[in-house]
Design a binder for this molecule. Sequence first.
Ligand code: SF4
Length: 288
Amino acid sequence: MEVTLAKALGTCFGVQDAIDEAMSPEFKNSLTIVGQLVHNPQVVEKLKNNGVLLINGIEDIDKIKTKNVMITAHGAADVVKNKLKERGFTVFDASCPLVIRVHKAIKRMVLDGYFPVVIGRGKHVEVKGIVGDLDEFYTIEDEEDIQGLVNLNKSKIGIVSQTTNQTEKTISLIDKIKLACKDADVLFKNTICKPTRDRQIAVDEITDVTDILIVVGGKNSSNTKKLKSVGDHKKVPSYHIESFKEINPDWFINKTHCGITAGTSTPHEVIQKVFDKIKEISSLISQK
Ligand code: SF4
């Protein structure tokens, strides 16, 4: 069985920069990260081993015991950063520049008179950061949310996207919004980030030639789930795992070509272990 890694996979620069900063020796035992830095259990474990403390979000501000706090790559609203500063914490902002770009885009739209809408999951930390400084907004995750926007009866609608959205689904939602709000001026800025798009394109390509797909990443990582959905959509048996330990050799029986992809917060050493394990299984199968 052939085993191929997708052309683009694993940790993106935004997440990697944030991890590197959090792991720097100056922060050992003196840093609290506000919100999950990455949706990946191995990385979270590594951070905890380095003495980094983690809290779920600003609602846990009273639990912070360190002077230094870090905003994650997912970003945060100014109101959150200011609250931390007001409480006397030194704030290190590891927001990804591509998330900051979304914050700026939506604020620009509001200044230009557009009603702000985000295509994304309202409960996701990135979306909370995008809308956190806005007086009013609307979020759309699925088609059924569109009617709520229609009911608001806005004449100018400005839309951005969560950075990790699936491109096709987002474009399809935009088309449906334009149709449903046909009397409104609908402005869309596609803010899906390049690393996410590269991983989506790469998984699409690899599933053209493979008959099994392994997707590596945290079970709560939305962009990892979206990579798996590409495999599902193309009817390639697809398995979402966090570590090589979850691999079941039976998955590979009668398979000829295995593709591997991984979400934007999956470290390369985790992917390498998955690759090695599948190669091992492949050689065992060929010896039978
Ligand atoms: S997924 Fe995209 S926006 Fe999010 S941290 Fe990575 S590069 Fe930045």
